[in-house]
Design a protein around this ligand. Structure first.
Ligand SMILES: C[S@@+](CC[C@H](N)C(=O)[O-])C[C@H]1O[C@@H](n2cnc3c(N)ncnc32)[C@H](O)[C@@H]1O
Length: 211
């Protein structure tokens, strides 16, 4: 949990991430989010909401949107986007993926976009998401992952620097492998490249897993 201004890494990340990612959003990332998040239903948890790029894409079938974001600078920017929320009820929470402040089986849908790259203990976060979603509920995932061949080597080499400038982001994360070893069952997965330069070299997996 972070109070006040957040850590130095969080402050640095909040300064550049929204503007840089806006380019990918404009180049097609927003459409990917809209298509993917159309499946969200009922009470929804969005983990690591950031400044809220996903927020306008949740459909009206979402009755309550709970957004967890530990970075104070990004949380402030998220507050400015709440007019875009279509859910009847919503809440912004300063929480932590490893210790979610919610009851077991209390969500119909859990969702994360570009979050698992940033976590030191992704297995623990997956276990927390599996705890708070109801049996039969969905996990909508949208993550960038390590490449193959030469790109994988590049991702391994660049991860320490990326981690430093992007608040712990790992370019070399095998998210799908972690998900397949979790309590979720993957039912849909699309392999894409993040749209827009310079992100085009970044492979992504976008899909659905069921608890
Ligand atoms: C790359 S940003 C993605 C933000 C947003 N989901 C998006 O799609 O633009 C990663 C987000 O994960 C959040 N995050 C990092 N560590 C976290 C943790 N332990 N618990 C919850 N969120 C975390 C960061 O603060 C940041 O907002």
């Amino acid at each position: 949990m972070t109070d006040g201004a957040g850590t130095r890494a969080q402050r640095r990340f909040a300064r550049w991430y929204p503007d840089l990612m806006q380019r990918a959003e404009d180049a097609g990332q927003a459409e990917i989010r809209a298509r993917h998040l159309a499946a969200a239903r009922g009470r929804v948890l969005d983990l690591g909401t950031g400044n809220g790029f996903s927020v306008p894409h949740y459909p009206a079938a979402v009755t309550e949107l709970v957004m967890v974001e530990p970075n104070p600078g990004l949380r402030r920017r998220l507050q400015r986007r709440t007019a875009d929320i279509r859910a009847r009820a919503w809440e912004i929470v300063d929480g932590d993926a490893y210790d979610l402040p919610f009851a077991d089986a209390s969500f119909d849908t859990v969702s994360a976009s570009l979050v698992f790259c940033s976590l030191d203990r992704p297995e623990a976060a997956l276990a927390e998401l599996a705890r708070v979603v109801r049996p039969g509920g969905s996990f909508l995932f949208h993550e960038h992952v390590r490449g193959t061949g030469l790109l994988r080597v590049l991702h391994e080499v660049a991860t320490p620097l990326q981690s430093l400038i992007a608040d712990g982001c790992h370019l070399n994360r095998d998210f799908l492998g972690l998900l397949e070893s979790s309590a979720f069952r993957v039912t849909e997965v699309e392999r894409l490249r993040m749209p827009g330069p310079p992100a085009r070299v970044t492979p992504m997996v976008v899909g659905v897993a069921v608890r």
